[in-house]
Design a protein around this ligand. Structure first.
Ligand SMILES: Cc1cc2nc3c(=O)[nH]c(=O)nc-3n(C[C@H](O)[C@H](O)[C@H](O)COP(=O)(O)O)c2cc1C
Length: 193
């Protein structure tokens, strides 16, 4: 019988999203960011293609990015209420750190694109868990800017890439409140002949 790693299990069982707007300083240090990226890079990767990469949005660059994104948002959603624009204008400025995870999946002789994309999802989840393990909270986001060509290019997306997510990371300013999780019976079937 293997010895359970209760600390690791507890980490999985207690992780809860905290909304990006409820994340505050301090954010992760350079050394912590390196550690999170190393953990995120240790994911199953059929063919060892490394079909993902990371972009850091932090420091003073965040406000500059928000300033450049907001007019694009206004142009795309001219009827958006001012409150929504205000929230959008803080997308990157509010959390201390956002890490973009880009899937670089491409057609390959052996490895399906789908499997490469799953690896990017796994990298994103490892990033979330590493943030949690270091004592930070996080939110896995997407949103219009991941899918809008002009905005995504501004965020650093290259042709052919897709955002797996934007992971906002920081110190939680509110306690985590859990949400209902699927019951075992609802998500599991037992195969029988
Ligand atoms: C690929 C992906 C994109 C997401 N994008 C958003 C988003 O743009 N906005 C949002 O509020 N939640 C988004 N979510 C959901 C949250 O990350 C999170 O799963 C949700 O708040 C539930 O919290 P939990 O992690 O505690 O279960 C996304 C989740 C995934 C997997």
């Amino acid at each position: 019988m293997p010895t359970p790693n209760e600390a690791a299990l507890s980490l999985l069982e207690t992780r809860r999203t905290i909304a990006a707007l409820q994340l505050a300083e301090p954010g992760p240090s350079d050394a912590e960011i390196r550690r999170m990226i190393a953990a995120a890079s240790r994911v199953p990767d059929h063919g060892k293609l490394t079909p993902w990469r990371f972009v850091l949005y932090r420091g003073a660059a965040r406000a500059v990015l928000d300033e450049k994104l907001t007019p694009i948002f206004r142009a795309r959603f001219p009827g958006a209420p001012e409150g929504k624009v205000l929230v959008e204008a803080q997308r990157f400025s509010a959390p201390p750190l956002t890490i973009g995870v880009l899937s670089t999946a491409a057609e390959h002789v052996k490895i399906p694109v789908w499997e490469q994309e799953l690896s990017a999802g796994a990298a994103t989840m490892n990033l979330m868990l590493a943030a949690h393990a270091l004592g930070y909270a996080a939110q896995w986001l997407s949103g219009w800017c991941c899918y809008d060509d002009e905005a995504a290019a501004l965020l650093g997306r290259k042709p052919g890439e897709r955002f797996a997510g934007l992971v906002a990371i920081g110190a939680p300013t509110v306690p985590p409140v859990d949400r209902p999780r699927p019951a075992f019976e609802d998500v599991v079937t037992e195969w029988s002949a």
